[in-house]
Design a protein around this ligand. Structure first.
Ligand code: SF4
Ligand code: SF4
Length: 393
């Protein structure tokens, strides 16, 4: 740690740093302390098993509640928000086609925000005369709780949808944090009375009032209580993080959502204040929204790599995307997809075969057994065989 890192930054010099960070492309810049917090609520969530199979969260629970365990000697946190709201542009998927979470209609923000964070670190070094050892930055990938830190920094509040909601930008901020040993005067959190302030959870719904739109709009009933998401029932988890079979009872609720879900974000009335983002640190890929489901069902490994290179979808891999596409095809109810789905029932991946079988049975009715007969005769995987034998809803 450099000696200069102990110098407190306040007043005009702090505002100069804020303006400098905004000029780099961050739409919101707030400061808070690196004091521990939020660990109890995370522990309660994990103890209830609501993290599904995201075991890495268990392994890092202590660090997540204490920035000082991530960066020894951390005193302050800089919270940075990038507004990705596309305004009135055609960011939504075409009517009747597959739908994408809006953030996915950009190149992977973990990659595109990085140059901004590198530049932010250099600016911090110049402003407070610290070294690169005195800070560490994360964008949704490190053992830090970005939303809790953002709420503490007054960037917004945690809504009943468990998202960070900004009064200026609604639900459409991508969050990054810089933990630093430099001392920076903290911003104040928003004021208000949370109806959900109780012992085991961080307050949620500070400025929600009586609204419950997100809770009732969730297609898969993933909110066991306001402010708490059960990842096991959440479409975002099931279509992105889950690498295995999607539970049959949740598939219909997924509807046309091919990758992620924005329902509990987009119904929020706080979005009415959102302005189109500058997106200086983002690279839009709105062309993905124009992909037809038939094209996706026919993707080869080469075409998948070509189309989804540099996007967050690449981490899902081809089998994961085809799995989701089978579910969407069945939910859209278009029998024109049956031939493609029958082909996928013979795919090399058992994950794809399982969901293709489910989709053919949903779409082809009494003809499904005959259409699937060759694939079934060759099938040996127990999970796929279970799809053939499952009772039809
Ligand atoms: S992302 Fe979708 S499925 Fe998940 S909690 Fe929100 S509305 Fe429900
Ligand atoms: S939809 Fe309503 S209840 Fe949900 S986060 Fe927004 S304001 Fe709060």
């Amino acid at each position: 740690m450099s000696g200069a890192a102990g110098t407190g930054l306040a007043g005009g010099r702090r505002e100069e740093l804020r303006r400098g960070l905004e000029a780099l492309g961050f739409d919101v810049v707030r400061f808070t302390s690196a004091a521990p917090g939020g660990g109890d609520s995370l522990r309660a969530w994990l103890d209830a098993g609501r993290h599904a199979d995201m075991a890495w969260m268990e392994r890092t629970v202590e660090k997540r509640g204490a920035p000082g365990l991530v960066l020894a000697g951390a005193r302050s946190v800089i919270v940075l928000g990038v507004n990705y709201w596309p305004g009135k542009l055609a960011a939504d998927s075409r009517n009747g086609g597959p739908r994408w979470a809006r953030y996915a209609l950009h190149e992977d923000y973990h990659d595109t925000l990085k140059p901004g964070l590198v530049a932010a670190g250099k600016l911090l070094e110049r402003t407070v005369a610290c070294t690169s050892d005195d800070y560490r930055y994360y964008t949704d990938t490190g053992p830090v709780m970005e939303r809790g830190l953002a709420a503490r920094a007054g960037l917004g509040f945690r809504g009943k949808n468990a998202m960070l909601i900004s009064r200026e930008h609604g639900n459409w901020l991508l969050l990054s944090v810089i933990l630093t040993r430099c001392e920076i005067e903290p911003d104040a959190p928003l004021r208000g009375d949370s109806p959900l302030r109780h012992a085991s959870h961080e307050p949620a719904g500070l400025l929600c009032g009586k609204c419950t739109r997100c809770l009732t709009a969730c297609p898969t009933a993933a909110f066991p209580e306001p402010g708490i998401v059960d990842a096991r029932r959440c479409i975002s988890y099931q279509t992105i993080e889950n690498k295995g079979v999607i539970p049959r009872e949740l598939r219909a609720g997924i509807g046309a959502r091919l990758f992620g879900c924005d329902v509990c974000l987009e119904v929020c009335p706080w979005n009415r204040f959102a302005q189109e983002g500058r997106r200086l640190l983002l690279a839009t890929r709105h062309d993905l929204a124009d992909l037809e489901l038939a094209e996706i069902l026919a993707l080869t490994p080469e075409r998948f790599a070509e189309v989804f290179r540099r996007t967050p979808v690449k981490r899902l891999k081809l089998a994961g995307l085809l799995r989701n596409a089978c579910v969407v095809a069945a939910n859209l109810g278009d029998a024109a997809h049956v031939p493609a789905l029958v082909r996928l029932a013979g795919h090399a991946s058992p994950l794809v075969r399982a969901h293709a079988v489910w989709a053919v049975r949903r779409l082809a009715g009494v003809q499904a057994a005959a259409l699937l007969e060759p694939a079934r005769a060759a099938e040996t995987d127990p999970q796929v065989l279970a799809e053939y034998d499952a009772a039809q809803a």
